[in-house]
Ligand binder design. Structure first.
Ligand code: AMP
Length: 581
């Protein structure tokens, strides 16, 4: 089997001979082991080989090229010109990749800049002047910088074309050729693409030397191997995932379920979030001692816990036969992992249920999974609150019958007699049943928007057909995710980082979407800890890693003081005045 296709072929990041600084970051991020594409791509990339990788979003391909790129950064003075360049089709992807490279490069002090159209060029020029190690950009804007002379690529060692097929589809072929022609001959050229049409192969032949070819793609599972499992899923935006998971759990009411996450961090924060919502969830990951793991497993076996939130690695040796549901909180990094995950239920001829929560950008991975398993995952909208309440009628009924059959009715008799003077027994029964039913309502997340019709990438403003290099409209700086009060899930690209309104100042809170922070959590924490009222709080922006909240300038110091000792979503977060607005 191709090493890129064997999820059980374990090995650690340390085995890949990456710099210890990088291994430390990955451990901090809670990555337990390399994904198949990382296992296959990192060694040849560390040797300096050119590479063509067929991998879609969700496979961990960003780290597969970013880690070797960071590994080669000189230890001493790094000068001003970048040694790494990543070309990406959209501004959204450029920002995401830049954030990832910067995250992986923290301990190395990597200087990373995202450049894309629709963003003022002056801040980019300033950063380039100061010096950067890695530039991540859309082809139009990178070429623009090359023409201006603001981006010098004479020191470049590695260039990566990420999502090459999309760049072609968006008409960037000429820009790519022009950029590649401007690079030093002696360099490493890496190309990642979800599909490999002939034009990509041609481009690889033209610009690469003897590239290593790797692919994460499915081989058909042998007949009879697939367990009897109903496979369904929901496509939702990342910010809606916690609420979608809660809805799924409320509807299915699994007696024993395994929820799969990618990282230790995600396992811990999701377990906390589930516990806060009242679920009996326990974490299981490779960072736990054997004793802790045994304790968790016992809770699941004796049914004092009904949800196990686990990484793939930790769940591998798991032996629980009464599991009824598997929930993929995100799409696994390799199609084979999906088969392993869902194989945890539906054993011994029993029917199992597998539910996958996917983001729009992960559709290609889903196609690969369907291809491998030879089955179709049925996608639908997340059940609405009304659906949930309808499915709960049986629970309400059972609760009413329990009281009718001898439950405690002390204290209500005089009130009922009094009400029967004005209402019929039937009216009274209906009202009481409605009240009992309403009490079954879960936390009100409202209805969760279906994202199945959203394009995989929302912002394509750097496409050459719509903007000419150098004449693009400028709107905002790099690297900021999005989110706004009451509509955090509506936008997917980087918003402008606007200055605070007059009389207001921006508060920086070091927790964002990754920690499942929602606008109401921020309002709740601020209003709860300080003397501000909800009305005094201005606009709220929630990005992946942090949030910005507008508060009255005259109150900001008091609010910071009040919030310092508080926790947001179960964590202590950095709270300070925002430096960038
Ligand atoms: P990508 O395919 O590069 O977009 O990565 C998909 C997601 O997987 C990102 O959220 C990464 O942070 C995460 N990821 C990448 N590599 C690993 C790993 N080895 N273990 C766990 N998560 C990972």
């Amino acid at each position: 089997m191709d090493p890129a296709n064997d999820p059980e072929d374990s090995g650690t990041f340390a085995d890949l001979a990456l710099r210890p600084e990088l291994v430390a970051v990955l451990s901090d991020l809670g990555y337990e082991e390399p994904t198949p594409i990382q296992r296959a791509a990192i060694p040849p990339l560390l040797e300096g080989r050119d590479l063509v990788g067929q991998a879609a979003t969700g496979t961990g391909k960003t780290a597969a090229f970013a880690l070797p790129m960071l590994h080669q950064l000189p230890t001493g003075d790094r000068g001003r010109s970048p040694s790494g360049l990543v070309l990406a089709p959209t501004r959204e992807l450029a920002v995401q990749v830049a954030e990832a490279v910067s995250r992986y490069g923290t301990t190395l002090g990597a200087r990373v800049l995202a450049v894309y159209g629709g963003q003022p060029i002056t801040p980019q020029l300033k950063v380039l002047q100061r010096g950067v190690d890695v530039v991540v950009g859309t082809p139009g804007r990178v070429l623009d910088h090359l023409h201006r002379g603001s981006l010098k690529l004479d020191q470049l060692k590695v260039v990566v074309l990420d999502e090459a097929d999309e760049m072609f589809d968006m008409g960037f072929a000429e820009e790519l050729d022009a950029i590649l022609a401007a690079l030093p001959d002696k360099r490493q050229t890496v190309l990642f693409s979800a599909t490999m049409p002939p034009k990509i192969a041609k481009m690889a032949r033209k610009h690469q030397t003897d590239p290593v070819q790797i692919a994460v793609k499915g081989e058909k599972a042998p007949a009879g191997e697939a367990p009897k499992v109903s496979q369904t899923g929901h496509i939702v935006m990342r910010v809606d995932k916690p609420a979608a998971l809660a809805r799924v759990l409320d509807i299915h009411q699994p007696s024993s379920a395994l929820v799969f996450c990618r990282t230790r961090e995600e396992v811990d924060s999701l377990t906390e979030a589930l516990k806060t919502r009242g679920y009996r969830a326990e974490p299981l990951h490779g960072g736990m001692s054997q004793e802790q793991r045994d304790r968790v497993m016992n809770r699941l076996r004796n049914q004092t816990a009904d949800l196990l939130v686990a990484t793939d690695v930790a769940a591998r040796g798991l032996d629980v036969d009464h599991l009824t549901h598997v929930v993929n909180y995100n799409v696994p990094a390799a199609p084979e992992s999906y088969v392993h995950r869902i194989g945890r239920v539906g054993r011994a001829g029993r029917e199992g249920v597998a539910i996958t929560l996917a983001e729009p950008r992960e559709r290609r991975m889903l196609e690969a999974i369907e291809h491998l398993t030879g089955t179709k995952i049925t996608f639908s909208k997340v059940p609405s609150l009304a659906d949930l309440m309808a499915s709960r009628l049986a629970v309400t009924r059972a609760a009413l019958v329990e009281v009718l059959e001898g439950g405690d009715i002390t204290g209500v008799q005089p009130m009922v007699t009094d009400l029967l003077a004005s209402y019929s027994p039937e009216q009274l029964a209906l009202a009481a049943a409605a009240l009992a039913h309403r009490a079954q309502a879960p936390a009100d997340d409202g209805d969760i928007p279906d994202a199945s019709h959203r394009p995989p990438r929302a912002l394509r403003d750097d496409a050459p057909r719509t903007s000419t290099p150098g004449t693009t409209k400028h709107t905002g700086p790099a690297g900021i995710g999005s989110g706004s009060r009451g509509g955090a899930h509506q936008r997917t690209g980087p918003p402008e980082r606007k200055p605070a309104k007059e009389g207001m100042a921006k508060l920086y809170i070091g927790a964002g979407r990754a920690a499942s922070v929602r606008p109401q959590d921020l309002v709740g924490a601020i209003a709860g800890e300080s003397h501000l009222t909800g009305k005094q709080i201005g606009s709220i922006e929630i990005t992946e890693r942090f949030s910005l909240v507008e508060v009255p300038e005259s109150e900001i110091d008091a609010v910071i003081k009040a919030l310092r000792s508080s926790v947001i979503k179960g964590r202590k977060a950095i709270i300070r005045r925002d430096r960038d607005t």
